[in-house]
Write a protein that binds this ligand. Structure first.
Ligand SMILES: *Cc1c(COP(=O)(O)O)cnc(C)c1O
Length: 375
């Protein structure tokens, strides 16, 4: 909760639910990352919060951008970034979108399969390509699982193939899983990457870049290590496995840059019980899974909540307002709220600057997408 956000909510009294983002926090987070990890180039993962205010701010601060689609690339270009500051980092791209990005001047592309490599060879000749390694994502609260990446043996073969197809085998990427709480995960990943650098060297290919992905956390209910601890863990892993001969380093933070910059203000729509002898109150808010809180899926991300009122608290199940039974935020993990809570009270959901607006449905059950204000 920053003074700017508090003041905005007090003066403007916007309709709920809404997200209010303090852009200064994003600038501070960006500066801190640059300070603690000065040798790495920052590629902001646009999907975390694609608002034009956020992108423009980061263009101005000198950031590069990790993009996943043509519209994301268009947004970044429209905000004034040159195409050499853009990575097309999705490993699943349509051929026509690759061709379009290449035409715009984008020259850095991700892949994790032979079929994607063939598309790149055809539509992005000579481009720099990097192969994404499969990770286990242990310790991540929002794991990216087996969907992305291939194993090291395949990565080696594909990077050799990239050269043979006329592309520039440029480097290796990985993502240790989002909201990663275990600092040792980078050590494992950097170790695997260094072994691949060696294996490719033996095949006559000198890779130049390691893309360390995202995964740095925002602070939700549980404390997390500060960004400088993550930066030292990453640097220690780099020097341990690469010695003094460090390749070009890229990081792709999303959550850690924008997560704690915003808060959602929501309203209590209904409080009820399921029977006379149950203590647990059901608290229905005007925002749920489909309104922007998709990361509560399986109760993965546990947001910090602020409800008004003092005095004793009791257990609650929190749910959204839609007519879908999946629209329950927290049931297993029991949140507590004041017993004095009443319909119409405002509840604040902290650290919701990342993965909220970009996840909110356009019109499910007639509810509008999450409104956002950037101050
Ligand atoms: C989503 C994503 C990121 C950002 O991850 P965070 O955990 O939010 O920092 C970075 N790189 C890629 C390729 C991604 O898909």
């Amino acid at each position: 909760m920053t003074a700017k956000i508090t003041q905005f909510l007090a003066e403007q009294r916007p309709e709920t639910p809404c997200l209010v983002v303090d852009l200064d926090i994003i600038a501070d987070n960006y500066d801190a990352l640059r300070r603690f990890l000065p040798v790495a180039q920052v590629f902001y993962a646009v999907k975390a919060n694609p608002a034009k205010e956020v992108i423009s701010l980061l263009v101005g601060l000198g950031s590069c951008f990790d993009t996943a689609s043509r519209p994301e690339i268009e947004q970044v270009l429209a905000a004034g970034a040159s195409p050499d500051r853009i990575s097309f980092g999705n490993t699943i791209k349509k051929q026509k979108d690759i061709a379009w990005a290449y035409e715009q001047g984008v020259r850095l592309f991700a892949f994790d399969s032979e079929a994607e490599l063939q598309k790149l060879a055809q539509s992005a000749p000579g481009a720099k390509v990097f192969c994404r390694l499969l990770m286990t994502c242990e310790g991540a609260e929002w794991p990216l699982s087996r969907k992305f990446g291939c194993d090291a043996e395949m990565a080696r073969d594909l990077l050799i193939k990239a050269r043979d197809l006329g592309l520039e085998p440029y480097g290796i990427s990985f993502h240790v899983g989002s909201q990663q709480t275990r600092l040792d995960q980078w050590d494992i990943a950097v170790g695997k990457t260094a072994m691949l650098f060696t294996a490719l060297n033996e095949a006559g290919i000198e890779l130049k870049m390691i893309n360390l992905g995202g995964g740095l956390p925002a602070r939700y209910r549980d404390d997390v290590a500060p960004v400088d601890d993550y930066a030292s863990a990453i640097m220690n892993a780099m020097t341990k496995h690469f010695g003094n001969d460090l390749p070009l380093m890229i990081v792709e933070p999303g959550r850690s840059l924008v997560g704690d910059s915003g808060i959602i203000e929501a309203e209590v729509v209904l409080i009820s019980r399921k029977s006379y002898d149950e203590d647990v109150r059901w608290v229905y808010l005007d925002i749920g899974k489909f309104g922007g809180l998709a990361e509560t899926m399986d109760e993965s991300i546990k947001y910090r909540l602020q409800a008004p009122g003092e005095g004793p608290s009791g257990p609650v199940v929190l749910a959204g307002p839609t007519c879908d039974s999946a629209d329950i935020l927290y049931e297993k993990y029991q949140y507590q709220m004041p017993l004095s809570l009443k319909v119409g009270d405002k509840v604040r959901i902290l650290a919701t600057g990342a993965y909220t607006t970009s996840y909110s449905a356009v019109n499910f059950n007639g509810f509008e997408p999450l409104k956002a204000y950037y101050v």
